[in-house]
Design a protein around this ligand. Sequence first.
Ligand SMILES: Cc1cc2nc3c(=O)[nH]c(=O)nc-3n(C[C@H](O)[C@H](O)[C@H](O)COP(=O)(O)O)c2cc1C
Length: 145
Amino acid sequence: MGIFRIVYFSENHLDYDADGVEAQLETILKTSQSNNARDGVTGALIFDDLWFIQVLEGDRETVWKTFDRIRSDERHHSVTIVDARDVEAREYGEWSMGLITRNADTAAILEEFGPNGKMNVRSMKVEGFLAAFRRSATVGSAFAA
Ligand SMILES: Cc1cc2nc3c(=O)[nH]c(=O)nc-3n(C[C@H](O)[C@H](O)[C@H](O)COP(=O)(O)O)c2cc1C
């Protein structure tokens, strides 16, 4: 069975008056990991303060269903698809959803992808997004499962 992959970015809209951002990320991650494990979806999520960037892999119909839930989530907005296509194989088969955040290990990598150390998602091409995932994933995910 072929693998379908979506890459999108969105603007962070977490509630900064509520619980800590870390707790909110953990909540998103827990739901993602249990749903994705159930649905055979794998992938990675970069949280870089201003932006979320996510790659989702799996069966085409299931990936779109997952994406439809994600798109209407009020914890982010302006969800923008960068790429949606069939691919040869999964790259994140080990992660029902791995979260990559800015830390001592990933900061230098993420900073390569935009001016002032902020990822410039509006002008990045698909290859740039994929490179950001591949390179930052090699130093590990904050909460992989
Ligand atoms: C940035 C971001 C990424 C998300 N990624 C996923 C995901 O990979 N899989 C998933 O099921 N839900 C994900 N969610 C959560 C969904 O938007 C939605 O809340 C959830 O799927 C609802 O699941 P439930 O019906 O089991 O509560 C994400 C939400 C955000 C804000």
